[in-house]
Design a protein around this ligand. Structure first.
Ligand code: ATP
Ligand code: MG
Length: 318
């Protein structure tokens, strides 16, 4: 971490979860929350909990939902100096209810909330000038405020010798406009570490087939790829043809939200702390698995001690 903290840019939200399974929110029902959330916030929370230097760029409103997030990130050891407080808009929120088949209904307030209203500021510039690693979610490219910050930050961080990780976080079917697609491809090509999940691998590579996609991404300039496969586990790929498969830990899934972000935050932090890909994969798999055993998007993010205890006491899936 000598070069400076890991920084994540993007949406900060609270999540409020229906306690029963069923369809949507058309009638009054029991809910639990607010839980601190937002994919970039989950990622950086896991970085901080593992003892990595970490900082977040984003915005919240002047309300308790904002405090839930800033208090939480501060407690996790995350530098919140570049999280702005929007005087006019409320903190972003997502209401979620799981259906019987595992799919979800959402009611979002993101685009018209503080979550989507931040930009380049003095505080952001100060942070980016001392950033060692930048983590970007592909989904942030469709939010204009996040995009403006990311565009500048990538150039500055790379120019000072820092590194970049990218979680494509884009459904395969999602079509971007030409300009956003070009930005996305540029970001992928600049990634030292790519963290796709399932079909996002092929989406990011622009070709079909796992092996073909991996090869294409290395040709584009990606240095290291870790493919997330949910309850099946994860696989590390390196340029030289190295490959490590990490079976998932056997856990009872309570809330799948946040697994990928905890996994990514843990993997990146462990690598930045000097661990081997194998060791980082073990911590990452533990971080993802542990998080799905707890209700709330980042409530199960573990400290180093918690993850060591989890690894020692949990079987791998066969
Ligand atoms: P998200 O669903 O949060 O968007 P993602 O799709 O990016 O996440 P996943 O592949 O779902 O990422 O999860 C990341 C990692 O977490 C997996 O590779 C695995 O190691 C671990 N993991 C996820 N779900 C489970 C599970 N049910 N049991 C055990 N480990 C899991
Ligand atoms: Mg998943």
């Amino acid at each position: 971490d000598a070069l400076g903290p890991t920084v994540c840019v993007g949406e900060i939200l609270v999540e409020i979860v229906a306690t029963t399974v069923g369809n949507g929110f058309l009638e009054a029902q029991p809910l639990v929350g607010p839980f601190a959330s937002g994919a970039p916030a989950i990622f950086i929370s896991q970085c901080g909990r593992l003892g990595g230097q970490a900082a977040m760029v984003g915005a919240v409103g002047v309300d308790d939902f904002g405090r839930v997030n800033t208090d939480r990130l501060k407690r996790d050891g995350v530098d919140i100096s570049a999280i702005s407080i929007d005087p006019d808009y409320p903190t972003g929120s997502a209401f979620v209810r799981y259906r019987k088949d595992g799919s979800r209904d959402f009611v979002y307030n993101i685009a018209t909330s503080a979550a989507a209203r931040f930009g380049w500021s003095g505080m952001v510039a100060d942070l980016i000038d001392r950033t060692g690693h930048l983590h970007v979610m592909g989904s942030a490219l469709s939010v204009p405020s996040a995009r403006a910050v990311i565009d500048k930050a990538v150039d500055i961080v790379k120019a000072r010798g820092g590194t970049l990780s990218v979680d494509p976080n884009l459904r395969k079917e999602l079509k971007l406009d030409e300009d956003t697609e070009r930005r996305f491809a540029k970001l992928v090509a600049a990634a030292d570490l790519l963290l796709p999940s399932g079909e996002e691998l092929e989406r990011a590579a622009g070709v079909e087939g796992e092996a073909e996609a991996i090869q294409r991404l290395f040709e584009m300039g990606v240095k290291e790829i870790v493919l997330k496969r949910g309850a099946v586990g994860a696989t590390y790929f390196a340029h030289q043809g190295d490959r490590i498969d990490a079976p998932a830990f056997a856990v009872q899934e309570v809330d799948p939200t946040g697994a990928g972000d905890c996994f990514g935050g843990a993997y990146l932090t462990c690598r930045r702390l000097g661990m081997s890909p194998q060791q980082a994969l073990t911590y990452a798999s533990a971080a993802g698995a542990r998080n799905v055993t707890v209700l709330g998007p980042m409530e199960g993010a573990g400290t180093r001690g918690e993850l060591d205890a989890f690894i020692a006491s949990t079987e791998r899936r066969p």
